[in-house]
Design a protein around this ligand. Sequence first.
Ligand code: DX5
Ligand code: ZN
Length: 218
Amino acid sequence: MIKISPSVLASDFSRLGDEAERMEKCGADWLHLDVMDGHFVSNISFGAPVIASIRGRVKLPFDVHLMISEPLRYIDDFAKAGADIITFHIESDSGADETVEKIHSLGIKAGISIKPATPASAVFPYLGKADMILVMTVEPGFGGQSFMFETMDKVSEIRREADRLGIDIDIQVDGGINDKTVVTAAQAGANVFVAGSAVFRAENAADAIMTLRKNAEK
Ligand code: DX5
Ligand code: ZN
């Protein structure tokens, strides 16, 4: 099923709760929350207390993308903050099996993400364990970058391998998604689309979300 997950990284942080409500009203399926620690990536965004502060404002599932070192140490915090899906990077220093198990033990969905330089095969062992694979379509760390078309082969490879195994897994793409690149990513096999600038900077966010959804369904 196609899902649109606006990334609040492109929102007005001074009104984060209002921005979350706006996305809910505009038809978002999930809300994407980019956590950056200034170590795993060279930017710092926000952490669990900020996420907890807006949890009560919307019913939207919280899609938390951890771009942090040692994600395993912080799973409890993000669970308490109200995450519904927690995605961590396979390139981080926490064991992927252990981290997925920890997330699941708290009744939360687990996603595993790969950066542009990491091969698709790195996530093959987790297709039956994780709930979602996030293929980064930019280098993680900043919003507003250009979509890397060369990552599409990895999306196709992962979808092909999941189909071969008979596994219906969510494949998410994140970075540079707009009304055009969403078509390319959907054709490659992605079904969950993160969009920061394309939604928050649009004149009409509801139209932007509707167009992304329509184009992904093409
Ligand atoms: C990048 C983040 C993305 C980012 C996407 O490290 O993971 O979620 O906010 O922003 P856009 O859609 O503007 O590329
Ligand atoms: Zn993200």
